[in-house]
Design a protein around this ligand. Structure first.
Ligand code: TNX
Length: 534
Protein backbone atom coordinates (compact mmCIF):
# COMPACT_ATOMS: atom_id res chain seq x y z
CA UNK A 1 0.00 0.00 0.00
CA UNK A 2 0.96 3.58 -0.56
CA UNK A 3 1.36 5.65 2.59
CA UNK A 4 -1.51 8.10 2.66
CA UNK A 5 0.78 11.00 3.45
CA UNK A 6 2.47 10.31 0.12
CA UNK A 7 -0.83 10.52 -1.70
CA UNK A 8 -1.28 13.95 -0.21
CA UNK A 9 2.27 15.01 -0.96
CA UNK A 10 2.24 14.15 -4.64
CA UNK A 11 -1.39 15.08 -5.13
CA UNK A 12 -2.18 12.07 -7.31
CA UNK A 13 -4.80 12.33 -9.99
CA UNK A 14 -8.28 11.47 -8.79
CA UNK A 15 -8.35 8.09 -10.55
CA UNK A 16 -5.16 6.87 -8.90
CA UNK A 17 -6.28 8.15 -5.53
CA UNK A 18 -9.47 6.25 -6.09
CA UNK A 19 -7.61 2.97 -6.56
CA UNK A 20 -5.98 3.37 -3.15
CA UNK A 21 -9.13 4.77 -1.58
CA UNK A 22 -10.59 1.33 -0.97
CA UNK A 23 -8.33 0.93 2.05
CA UNK A 24 -7.98 4.51 3.20
CA UNK A 25 -10.81 5.13 5.65
CA UNK A 26 -13.23 7.93 4.82
CA UNK A 27 -12.41 10.15 7.77
CA UNK A 28 -13.97 13.56 8.41
CA UNK A 29 -12.28 15.61 9.69
CA UNK A 30 -9.04 14.38 8.15
CA UNK A 31 -6.45 13.70 10.89
CA UNK A 32 -3.26 15.74 11.14
CA UNK A 33 -1.28 12.74 9.94
CA UNK A 34 -2.31 9.34 8.65
CA UNK A 35 -0.10 6.57 7.30
CA UNK A 36 -1.43 3.32 5.91
CA UNK A 37 0.54 0.20 6.94
CA UNK A 38 0.54 -3.34 5.58
CA UNK A 39 -2.04 -5.88 6.72
CA UNK A 40 -5.36 -5.81 8.50
CA UNK A 41 -6.75 -6.27 11.97
CA UNK A 42 -9.44 -8.94 12.14
CA UNK A 43 -11.80 -9.00 15.11
CA UNK A 44 -12.05 -12.24 17.05
CA UNK A 45 -15.26 -13.87 18.31
CA UNK A 46 -15.07 -11.78 21.45
CA UNK A 47 -13.40 -8.39 21.70
CA UNK A 48 -11.36 -7.36 24.71
CA UNK A 49 -10.66 -3.84 25.91
CA UNK A 50 -8.00 -2.70 28.34
CA UNK A 51 -7.64 0.69 29.98
CA UNK A 52 -4.23 1.79 31.20
CA UNK A 53 -3.55 4.85 33.32
CA UNK A 54 -5.68 7.02 35.57
CA UNK A 55 -8.58 8.22 33.46
CA UNK A 56 -10.83 11.01 34.68
CA UNK A 57 -13.93 9.01 33.79
CA UNK A 58 -12.82 5.45 33.13
CA UNK A 59 -16.35 4.14 33.04
CA UNK A 60 -17.58 6.54 30.36
CA UNK A 61 -14.58 6.02 28.11
CA UNK A 62 -14.77 2.23 28.48
CA UNK A 63 -18.48 2.27 27.70
CA UNK A 64 -17.87 4.34 24.58
CA UNK A 65 -15.10 1.99 23.46
CA UNK A 66 -17.39 -1.02 23.90
CA UNK A 67 -20.17 0.71 21.97
CA UNK A 68 -17.86 1.49 19.06
CA UNK A 69 -16.66 -2.12 18.83
CA UNK A 70 -20.09 -3.62 19.31
CA UNK A 71 -21.72 -1.35 16.73
CA UNK A 72 -19.01 -2.18 14.23
CA UNK A 73 -18.97 -5.95 14.47
CA UNK A 74 -21.84 -7.05 16.72
CA UNK A 75 -19.60 -9.25 18.86
CA UNK A 76 -19.44 -9.46 22.61
CA UNK A 77 -17.03 -7.04 24.23
CA UNK A 78 -15.28 -7.83 27.48
CA UNK A 79 -12.40 -6.74 29.63
CA UNK A 80 -8.92 -7.90 28.63
CA UNK A 81 -7.19 -10.38 30.97
CA UNK A 82 -3.82 -12.11 30.98
CA UNK A 83 -5.49 -14.94 29.05
CA UNK A 84 -7.36 -12.64 26.69
CA UNK A 85 -5.05 -9.92 25.41
CA UNK A 86 -6.60 -6.62 24.49
CA UNK A 87 -7.91 -6.01 20.97
CA UNK A 88 -8.30 -2.36 21.89
CA UNK A 89 -5.93 -0.71 24.34
CA UNK A 90 -6.78 2.73 25.70
CA UNK A 91 -3.65 4.22 27.15
CA UNK A 92 -3.53 7.38 29.16
CA UNK A 93 0.05 8.56 28.88
CA UNK A 94 0.79 12.06 30.15
CA UNK A 95 3.58 12.50 27.60
CA UNK A 96 1.35 11.47 24.68
CA UNK A 97 0.86 14.97 23.34
CA UNK A 98 0.98 18.58 24.38
CA UNK A 99 -2.40 19.53 22.93
CA UNK A 100 -5.11 18.57 25.42
CA UNK A 101 -7.27 17.12 22.62
CA UNK A 102 -4.52 15.19 20.80
CA UNK A 103 -4.26 11.42 20.47
CA UNK A 104 -2.55 8.72 18.48
CA UNK A 105 -4.31 5.70 17.05
CA UNK A 106 -2.48 2.68 15.78
CA UNK A 107 -3.98 -0.36 14.10
CA UNK A 108 -1.77 -3.41 13.60
CA UNK A 109 -2.59 -7.02 12.81
CA UNK A 110 -2.60 -7.68 16.55
CA UNK A 111 -4.92 -4.92 17.63
CA UNK A 112 -5.75 -1.27 18.15
CA UNK A 113 -4.04 1.17 20.51
CA UNK A 114 -5.27 4.67 21.28
CA UNK A 115 -2.96 6.88 23.34
CA UNK A 116 -3.69 10.32 24.74
CA UNK A 117 -2.65 12.60 27.56
CA UNK A 118 -6.20 12.79 28.89
CA UNK A 119 -9.78 11.63 28.46
CA UNK A 120 -10.62 14.13 25.72
CA UNK A 121 -7.89 12.75 23.49
CA UNK A 122 -9.09 9.18 24.05
CA UNK A 123 -12.62 10.34 23.27
CA UNK A 124 -11.53 11.85 19.94
CA UNK A 125 -9.44 8.78 19.16
CA UNK A 126 -12.56 6.67 19.66
CA UNK A 127 -14.56 8.94 17.36
CA UNK A 128 -11.92 8.35 14.71
CA UNK A 129 -11.98 4.62 15.36
CA UNK A 130 -15.75 4.69 14.86
CA UNK A 131 -15.18 6.04 11.35
CA UNK A 132 -12.57 3.34 10.64
CA UNK A 133 -14.53 0.43 12.10
CA UNK A 134 -17.80 1.72 10.72
CA UNK A 135 -21.05 0.48 12.26
CA UNK A 136 -22.44 -2.77 10.84
CA UNK A 137 -19.31 -3.43 8.83
CA UNK A 138 -18.07 -6.72 7.46
CA UNK A 139 -16.08 -8.36 10.24
CA UNK A 140 -14.32 -10.71 7.81
CA UNK A 141 -12.70 -7.78 6.05
CA UNK A 142 -11.40 -6.29 9.27
CA UNK A 143 -9.81 -2.85 9.30
CA UNK A 144 -6.55 -1.75 7.70
CA UNK A 145 -3.35 -1.33 9.66
CA UNK A 146 -2.54 2.35 9.98
CA UNK A 147 -1.03 4.99 12.16
CA UNK A 148 -2.71 8.28 13.03
CA UNK A 149 -1.24 11.14 15.04
CA UNK A 150 -3.90 13.77 15.44
CA UNK A 151 -4.65 17.07 17.07
CA UNK A 152 -6.98 19.97 16.28
CA UNK A 153 -5.88 23.03 14.37
CA UNK A 154 -8.17 25.23 16.50
CA UNK A 155 -9.18 24.92 20.12
CA UNK A 156 -12.63 26.53 19.54
CA UNK A 157 -14.79 24.53 17.14
CA UNK A 158 -18.34 25.71 17.43
CA UNK A 159 -21.88 25.59 16.21
CA UNK A 160 -24.56 28.06 17.29
CA UNK A 161 -28.20 27.12 17.51
CA UNK A 162 -30.94 29.77 17.70
CA UNK A 163 -33.62 28.45 20.03
CA UNK A 164 -35.23 31.87 20.37
CA UNK A 165 -36.89 32.27 16.99
CA UNK A 166 -37.92 28.63 16.98
CA UNK A 167 -37.10 26.25 19.78
CA UNK A 168 -36.21 22.59 19.60
CA UNK A 169 -37.26 19.58 21.63
CA UNK A 170 -34.48 18.44 23.98
CA UNK A 171 -34.14 15.24 21.98
CA UNK A 172 -33.29 17.21 18.83
CA UNK A 173 -30.65 19.24 20.65
CA UNK A 174 -29.14 16.04 22.03
CA UNK A 175 -29.11 14.53 18.58
CA UNK A 176 -27.24 17.59 17.31
CA UNK A 177 -24.72 17.22 20.15
CA UNK A 178 -24.26 13.55 19.22
CA UNK A 179 -23.41 14.47 15.66
CA UNK A 180 -21.18 17.35 16.76
CA UNK A 181 -19.11 15.02 18.93
CA UNK A 182 -18.60 12.60 16.04
CA UNK A 183 -17.10 15.40 13.98
CA UNK A 184 -15.03 16.76 16.87
CA UNK A 185 -16.85 20.02 17.54
CA UNK A 186 -16.27 21.10 21.13
CA UNK A 187 -18.49 24.17 21.59
CA UNK A 188 -22.26 24.57 21.45
CA UNK A 189 -23.30 28.23 21.50
CA UNK A 190 -26.91 28.32 22.60
CA UNK A 191 -28.84 31.45 21.58
CA UNK A 192 -31.69 31.46 24.09
CA UNK A 193 -33.00 35.01 24.10
CA UNK A 194 -34.11 37.37 21.36
CA UNK A 195 -36.83 39.78 20.28
CA UNK A 196 -39.09 36.91 19.25
CA UNK A 197 -38.82 34.81 22.39
CA UNK A 198 -37.09 34.25 25.71
CA UNK A 199 -36.37 30.58 26.25
CA UNK A 200 -34.80 30.09 29.67
CA UNK A 201 -36.60 29.99 32.99
CA UNK A 202 -35.26 32.71 35.31
CA UNK A 203 -36.61 32.31 38.83
CA UNK A 204 -36.07 35.96 39.79
CA UNK A 205 -38.04 37.13 36.75
CA UNK A 206 -40.91 34.67 36.29
CA UNK A 207 -42.63 36.73 33.59
CA UNK A 208 -39.79 35.86 31.21
CA UNK A 209 -41.28 32.37 31.13
CA UNK A 210 -44.94 33.31 31.17
CA UNK A 211 -44.91 36.37 28.89
CA UNK A 212 -41.57 36.72 27.07
CA UNK A 213 -41.58 33.13 25.84
CA UNK A 214 -44.91 33.52 24.04
CA UNK A 215 -45.60 35.32 20.80
CA UNK A 216 -48.99 35.94 19.30
CA UNK A 217 -48.37 34.20 16.04
CA UNK A 218 -45.96 32.74 13.60
CA UNK A 219 -42.74 34.38 12.54
CA UNK A 220 -42.51 34.88 8.85
CA UNK A 221 -41.34 38.21 7.56
CA UNK A 222 -38.55 40.66 8.12
CA UNK A 223 -39.78 43.79 9.89
CA UNK A 224 -37.52 45.99 7.78
CA UNK A 225 -39.16 44.72 4.63
CA UNK A 226 -42.56 45.45 6.06
CA UNK A 227 -43.73 41.86 5.99
CA UNK A 228 -46.96 41.27 7.77
CA UNK A 229 -48.19 37.73 7.78
CA UNK A 230 -50.90 37.00 10.23
CA UNK A 231 -51.95 33.48 11.05
CA UNK A 232 -53.19 33.99 14.61
CA UNK A 233 -51.53 30.79 15.85
CA UNK A 234 -49.60 31.45 19.06
CA UNK A 235 -46.08 30.12 19.36
CA UNK A 236 -43.99 29.71 22.46
CA UNK A 237 -42.19 27.69 25.07
CA UNK A 238 -39.10 27.76 27.24
CA UNK A 239 -36.55 25.47 28.81
CA UNK A 240 -36.63 25.00 32.56
CA UNK A 241 -33.32 25.35 34.35
CA UNK A 242 -33.39 21.61 34.98
CA UNK A 243 -33.71 20.98 31.24
CA UNK A 244 -30.88 23.39 30.46
CA UNK A 245 -28.71 21.54 32.99
CA UNK A 246 -29.60 18.31 31.26
CA UNK A 247 -28.28 19.75 27.98
CA UNK A 248 -25.11 20.96 29.71
CA UNK A 249 -24.48 17.50 31.17
CA UNK A 250 -25.25 15.74 27.90
CA UNK A 251 -22.84 18.04 26.06
CA UNK A 252 -20.14 17.72 28.68
CA UNK A 253 -20.23 13.93 28.40
CA UNK A 254 -19.33 14.52 24.73
CA UNK A 255 -16.55 17.01 25.51
CA UNK A 256 -18.70 19.89 24.31
CA UNK A 257 -18.97 23.11 26.27
CA UNK A 258 -22.30 24.93 26.17
CA UNK A 259 -21.95 28.71 25.95
CA UNK A 260 -25.29 30.40 26.67
CA UNK A 261 -26.10 33.72 25.03
CA UNK A 262 -28.23 36.41 26.61
CA UNK A 263 -28.30 39.01 23.86
CA UNK A 264 -28.11 42.63 25.12
CA UNK A 265 -28.72 45.56 25.06
CA UNK A 266 -30.48 44.95 21.71
CA UNK A 267 -32.56 41.92 20.71
CA UNK A 268 -34.41 42.31 24.04
CA UNK A 269 -37.97 43.10 22.97
CA UNK A 270 -39.34 39.81 24.33
CA UNK A 271 -38.01 40.73 27.79
CA UNK A 272 -39.38 44.26 27.43
CA UNK A 273 -42.82 42.82 26.76
CA UNK A 274 -42.78 41.44 30.30
CA UNK A 275 -40.72 44.17 31.97
CA UNK A 276 -41.37 47.41 30.00
CA UNK A 277 -39.73 49.47 32.77
CA UNK A 278 -36.36 48.29 31.40
CA UNK A 279 -36.90 50.26 28.16
CA UNK A 280 -36.25 53.96 27.53
CA UNK A 281 -39.87 54.58 26.51
CA UNK A 282 -43.01 53.49 28.35
CA UNK A 283 -44.14 50.80 25.93
CA UNK A 284 -46.16 48.62 25.95
CA UNK A 285 -44.15 46.08 23.97
CA UNK A 286 -45.06 42.81 22.38
CA UNK A 287 -42.93 39.78 21.71
CA UNK A 288 -42.07 40.33 18.05
CA UNK A 289 -43.71 38.36 15.27
CA UNK A 290 -41.40 39.75 12.61
CA UNK A 291 -37.63 39.66 12.65
CA UNK A 292 -34.89 42.16 11.92
CA UNK A 293 -33.41 44.94 14.01
CA UNK A 294 -35.65 46.62 16.61
CA UNK A 295 -35.18 50.15 17.92
CA UNK A 296 -36.40 49.23 21.37
CA UNK A 297 -33.49 48.05 23.48
CA UNK A 298 -32.58 48.00 27.17
CA UNK A 299 -32.18 51.46 28.71
CA UNK A 300 -28.92 51.71 30.71
CA UNK A 301 -30.70 52.35 34.03
CA UNK A 302 -29.80 50.91 37.44
CA UNK A 303 -32.97 48.86 37.21
CA UNK A 304 -31.67 47.35 33.97
CA UNK A 305 -28.32 46.48 35.54
CA UNK A 306 -30.14 44.83 38.41
CA UNK A 307 -32.18 42.81 35.92
CA UNK A 308 -29.23 41.77 33.78
CA UNK A 309 -27.14 40.84 36.80
CA UNK A 310 -29.99 38.83 38.27
CA UNK A 311 -30.46 36.99 34.99
CA UNK A 312 -26.74 36.36 34.54
CA UNK A 313 -26.41 35.09 38.09
CA UNK A 314 -28.91 32.34 37.35
CA UNK A 315 -27.43 31.74 33.90
CA UNK A 316 -23.99 31.22 35.46
CA UNK A 317 -25.48 28.80 37.98
CA UNK A 318 -26.92 26.69 35.18
CA UNK A 319 -24.05 26.99 32.68
CA UNK A 320 -20.52 26.37 33.99
CA UNK A 321 -18.83 27.62 30.78
CA UNK A 322 -15.67 29.71 31.10
CA UNK A 323 -17.25 32.39 28.92
CA UNK A 324 -20.76 33.81 28.79
CA UNK A 325 -22.08 35.30 25.55
CA UNK A 326 -23.63 38.73 26.08
CA UNK A 327 -24.58 39.45 22.47
CA UNK A 328 -23.95 43.11 21.75
CA UNK A 329 -25.10 42.96 18.13
CA UNK A 330 -27.56 45.15 16.30
CA UNK A 331 -28.42 47.60 19.06
CA UNK A 332 -29.60 50.86 17.42
CA UNK A 333 -28.82 54.01 19.40
CA UNK A 334 -32.12 55.67 18.41
CA UNK A 335 -33.75 55.35 21.85
CA UNK A 336 -30.63 56.28 23.76
CA UNK A 337 -30.36 59.49 21.74
CA UNK A 338 -33.86 60.43 22.93
CA UNK A 339 -33.42 59.30 26.51
CA UNK A 340 -32.62 61.83 29.25
CA UNK A 341 -31.29 59.00 31.39
CA UNK A 342 -28.89 57.83 28.69
CA UNK A 343 -27.76 61.38 27.97
CA UNK A 344 -27.11 62.00 31.67
CA UNK A 345 -24.81 58.97 31.83
CA UNK A 346 -22.96 60.12 28.73
CA UNK A 347 -22.35 63.49 30.40
CA UNK A 348 -21.53 62.06 33.81
CA UNK A 349 -19.06 59.50 32.45
CA UNK A 350 -17.56 61.89 29.88
CA UNK A 351 -18.47 59.53 27.02
CA UNK A 352 -18.15 60.57 23.39
CA UNK A 353 -21.52 59.30 22.15
CA UNK A 354 -24.12 56.55 22.38
CA UNK A 355 -21.73 53.96 20.93
CA UNK A 356 -19.34 54.73 23.75
CA UNK A 357 -22.29 54.34 26.09
CA UNK A 358 -22.87 50.85 24.76
CA UNK A 359 -19.20 50.14 25.44
CA UNK A 360 -19.64 51.44 28.97
CA UNK A 361 -22.78 49.31 29.42
CA UNK A 362 -21.06 46.12 28.31
CA UNK A 363 -17.88 46.83 30.29
CA UNK A 364 -20.00 47.11 33.39
CA UNK A 365 -21.66 43.78 32.61
CA UNK A 366 -18.26 42.30 31.89
CA UNK A 367 -16.94 43.42 35.28
CA UNK A 368 -19.90 41.64 36.87
CA UNK A 369 -19.28 38.46 34.92
CA UNK A 370 -15.57 38.55 35.74
CA UNK A 371 -16.28 39.03 39.42
CA UNK A 372 -17.95 35.62 39.13
CA UNK A 373 -14.86 34.08 37.61
CA UNK A 374 -16.04 34.06 34.01
CA UNK A 375 -15.23 36.07 30.90
CA UNK A 376 -17.50 37.45 28.20
CA UNK A 377 -17.74 36.82 24.51
CA UNK A 378 -19.73 39.13 22.23
CA UNK A 379 -20.50 39.84 18.58
CA UNK A 380 -18.02 42.14 16.84
CA UNK A 381 -20.08 45.28 17.58
CA UNK A 382 -18.67 45.14 21.12
CA UNK A 383 -15.47 46.61 19.68
CA UNK A 384 -17.22 49.81 18.66
CA UNK A 385 -17.68 51.12 22.18
CA UNK A 386 -14.33 49.79 23.38
CA UNK A 387 -14.24 46.33 24.97
CA UNK A 388 -11.76 45.24 27.61
CA UNK A 389 -9.02 42.89 26.44
CA UNK A 390 -10.36 39.87 28.22
CA UNK A 391 -13.49 39.94 26.04
CA UNK A 392 -13.51 37.44 23.19
CA UNK A 393 -14.87 38.78 19.91
CA UNK A 394 -17.10 36.76 17.62
CA UNK A 395 -16.66 38.24 14.16
CA UNK A 396 -19.86 37.86 12.14
CA UNK A 397 -20.01 40.89 9.82
CA UNK A 398 -17.21 39.47 7.73
CA UNK A 399 -13.66 38.96 8.96
CA UNK A 400 -12.69 42.59 9.51
CA UNK A 401 -14.00 42.85 13.06
CA UNK A 402 -12.03 39.75 13.93
CA UNK A 403 -8.88 41.08 12.31
CA UNK A 404 -9.12 44.35 14.24
CA UNK A 405 -9.86 42.49 17.45
CA UNK A 406 -6.85 40.18 17.01
CA UNK A 407 -4.66 43.24 16.43
CA UNK A 408 -5.97 44.71 19.67
CA UNK A 409 -5.09 41.49 21.48
CA UNK A 410 -8.58 40.01 21.89
CA UNK A 411 -9.21 36.33 21.37
CA UNK A 412 -11.35 35.90 18.28
CA UNK A 413 -13.86 33.37 16.97
CA UNK A 414 -14.39 33.82 13.25
CA UNK A 415 -18.00 33.39 12.22
CA UNK A 416 -18.50 35.43 9.05
CA UNK A 417 -21.90 35.43 7.33
CA UNK A 418 -20.27 34.81 3.95
CA UNK A 419 -18.81 31.40 4.91
CA UNK A 420 -20.57 29.96 7.92
CA UNK A 421 -24.10 31.33 8.19
CA UNK A 422 -25.91 28.06 7.93
CA UNK A 423 -29.31 29.79 7.62
CA UNK A 424 -28.09 31.12 4.24
CA UNK A 425 -29.34 29.42 1.09
CA UNK A 426 -27.57 26.41 -0.33
CA UNK A 427 -29.09 26.76 -3.78
CA UNK A 428 -31.82 28.63 -5.62
CA UNK A 429 -33.93 25.52 -6.00
CA UNK A 430 -37.59 26.02 -5.05
CA UNK A 431 -37.33 22.75 -3.10
CA UNK A 432 -35.14 24.38 -0.47
CA UNK A 433 -36.56 25.23 2.92
CA UNK A 434 -37.01 28.98 3.17
CA UNK A 435 -33.58 30.52 3.71
CA UNK A 436 -32.37 33.97 4.69
CA UNK A 437 -30.51 34.83 1.49
CA UNK A 438 -26.89 34.81 0.49
CA UNK A 439 -25.41 31.89 -1.35
CA UNK A 440 -23.57 29.37 0.72
CA UNK A 441 -23.08 26.05 -1.02
CA UNK A 442 -21.06 23.26 0.60
CA UNK A 443 -17.83 24.05 -1.22
CA UNK A 444 -17.89 27.64 0.00
CA UNK A 445 -18.05 26.49 3.62
CA UNK A 446 -15.15 24.16 2.82
CA UNK A 447 -13.21 27.19 1.52
CA UNK A 448 -13.57 29.06 4.81
CA UNK A 449 -10.16 30.13 6.13
CA UNK A 450 -10.41 31.46 9.69
CA UNK A 451 -6.92 32.97 9.79
CA UNK A 452 -6.67 35.86 7.31
CA UNK A 453 -3.41 36.95 5.73
CA UNK A 454 -1.62 39.96 7.06
CA UNK A 455 -1.62 39.13 10.77
CA UNK A 456 1.59 38.64 12.72
CA UNK A 457 2.10 35.20 14.26
CA UNK A 458 1.15 36.62 17.64
CA UNK A 459 -2.03 38.20 16.27
CA UNK A 460 -2.94 35.05 14.36
CA UNK A 461 -2.61 33.05 17.57
CA UNK A 462 -5.54 35.10 18.93
CA UNK A 463 -7.83 33.46 16.39
CA UNK A 464 -8.91 30.57 18.56
CA UNK A 465 -11.30 29.07 16.03
CA UNK A 466 -14.51 29.39 14.12
CA UNK A 467 -18.21 28.77 14.39
CA UNK A 468 -21.17 28.04 12.15
CA UNK A 469 -24.43 29.76 13.08
CA UNK A 470 -27.89 28.40 12.57
CA UNK A 471 -30.45 31.18 12.94
CA UNK A 472 -33.96 29.81 12.86
CA UNK A 473 -36.31 32.60 11.78
CA UNK A 474 -37.57 30.40 8.97
CA UNK A 475 -36.50 27.00 10.30
CA UNK A 476 -39.31 25.63 12.39
CA UNK A 477 -38.57 21.94 12.67
CA UNK A 478 -35.48 19.94 13.61
CA UNK A 479 -35.73 18.34 10.20
CA UNK A 480 -35.35 21.57 8.22
CA UNK A 481 -32.72 22.73 10.70
CA UNK A 482 -30.70 19.58 10.05
CA UNK A 483 -31.13 20.06 6.32
CA UNK A 484 -29.35 23.40 6.71
CA UNK A 485 -26.73 22.03 9.13
CA UNK A 486 -25.68 18.96 7.19
CA UNK A 487 -23.48 18.31 5.42
CA UNK A 488 -22.26 21.91 5.59
CA UNK A 489 -21.14 21.49 9.22
CA UNK A 490 -19.05 18.50 8.18
CA UNK A 491 -17.12 20.80 5.85
CA UNK A 492 -16.72 23.22 8.74
CA UNK A 493 -15.58 20.39 11.02
CA UNK A 494 -12.68 19.71 8.68
CA UNK A 495 -11.83 23.42 8.39
CA UNK A 496 -11.63 23.72 12.16
CA UNK A 497 -9.85 20.46 13.00
CA UNK A 498 -7.56 19.47 10.12
CA UNK A 499 -4.25 21.13 9.28
CA UNK A 500 -4.55 23.85 6.68
CA UNK A 501 -2.32 21.88 4.29
CA UNK A 502 -4.66 18.87 4.38
CA UNK A 503 -7.56 20.84 2.89
CA UNK A 504 -8.57 18.90 -0.21
CA UNK A 505 -12.04 19.39 -1.70
CA UNK A 506 -11.91 16.34 -3.98
CA UNK A 507 -10.77 14.18 -1.10
CA UNK A 508 -13.55 15.58 1.08
CA UNK A 509 -16.14 14.80 -1.58
CA UNK A 510 -14.84 11.22 -1.83
CA UNK A 511 -15.02 10.77 1.94
CA UNK A 512 -18.46 12.35 2.26
CA UNK A 513 -20.74 9.45 1.23
CA UNK A 514 -19.53 7.27 4.11
CA UNK A 515 -20.38 10.08 6.51
CA UNK A 516 -23.79 10.69 4.93
CA UNK A 517 -24.42 7.01 5.57
CA UNK A 518 -23.53 7.65 9.19
CA UNK A 519 -26.06 10.51 9.30
CA UNK A 520 -28.63 8.09 7.87
CA UNK A 521 -27.90 5.65 10.66
CA UNK A 522 -28.39 8.45 13.18
CA UNK A 523 -31.69 9.43 11.51
CA UNK A 524 -30.34 12.89 10.84
CA UNK A 525 -31.65 14.80 7.83
CA UNK A 526 -29.27 16.43 5.39
CA UNK A 527 -29.18 17.99 1.97
CA UNK A 528 -27.81 15.73 -0.75
CA UNK A 529 -25.12 17.92 -2.25
CA UNK A 530 -24.71 18.30 -6.02
CA UNK A 531 -21.23 16.89 -6.18
CA UNK A 532 -20.05 14.23 -8.55
CA UNK A 533 -20.38 10.67 -7.37
CA UNK A 534 -23.22 11.29 -4.94
C1 TNX B 1 -28.10 38.78 12.05
S1 TNX B 1 -25.72 37.47 13.39
C2 TNX B 1 -28.32 38.53 13.39
C3 TNX B 1 -29.38 37.61 13.80
C4 TNX B 1 -30.18 37.11 12.62
C5 TNX B 1 -29.25 36.79 11.48
C6 TNX B 1 -29.92 36.20 10.28
C7 TNX B 1 -26.22 38.41 14.47
C8 TNX B 1 -25.29 38.67 15.53
N1 TNX B 1 -27.45 38.95 14.38
O1 TNX B 1 -30.22 38.24 14.74
O2 TNX B 1 -30.88 35.99 13.02
O3 TNX B 1 -28.59 37.97 11.08
O4 TNX B 1 -28.98 35.66 9.39
Amino acid sequence: RIPFSMLLAVGLAATTAHAAAADVPALIPMPASLTMDAGNFHPGKTLHVSVEGRLGDRRAITALASDVLREAWHRPVGRATTHAPADLRLVLAPAAGSDPESYTLQVTKRGIVIRAANDAGLFYGLQTLRQIATPDSDARAGIPALHIADQPRFRYRGLMLDSARHMQPLAAIKQQLDVMARYKFNTFHWHISDDQGWRLEIKRYPKLATISSMRKETLVGNANQGAKVRDGIPYGGYYTQAQAREIVAYARARYIEVIPEIDMPGHMVAALAAYPELACTPGPFEVMTTWGVADDILCPSEQTFQFVEGVLTEVMEVFPSAVIHVGGDEAPITRWKQSALAQDIIKREGLKDEHALQGWFLRRIEAFVRAHGRRIIGWDEILEGGASQTATVMSWRGMQGGIEAARLGHDVVMSPTSYVYLDYCQSRSPDEPRCIGGNLPLHKVYDFEPVPDGLSAEQAAHIIGGQGNLWTEYLKTPQTQQYMLFPRSLALAEVLWSPKGARDWNGFVQRLPAQLAELDRLHVSYRIPEVQGL
